[in-house]
Design a protein. Structure first.
Length: 76
């Protein structure tokens, strides 16, 4: 899986540790397959106040590309 420049930039800008993104990729709490060719991997991060990290992957390319990551306030 490849990282887009945007993904790498957002980890830095949003203070998201790469290990947290890897947790979401390797053992997500929830997976949402979207009709636009993306997969949303969602993981609760206890070290960040039990907030939910959403990592979005473009599944239409080979290899798949990590698009972005953010803490999603809508997830409960």
């Amino acid at each position: 899986m490849r990282e887009s420049k945007h993904f790498a930039d957002m980890l830095i800008e949003r203070g998201i540790k790469k290990e947290w993104a890897e947790l979401a990729l390797n053992s997500p709490d929830r997976i949402e397959e979207k009709g636009d060719g993306t997969r949303h991997l969602i993981k609760c991060i206890p070290e960040f106040g039990n907030r939910w990290l959403r990592v979005i992957v473009n599944t239409t390319t080979a290899p798949e590309i990590l698009i972005t990551a953010f803490f999603d306030r809508r997830v409960r």
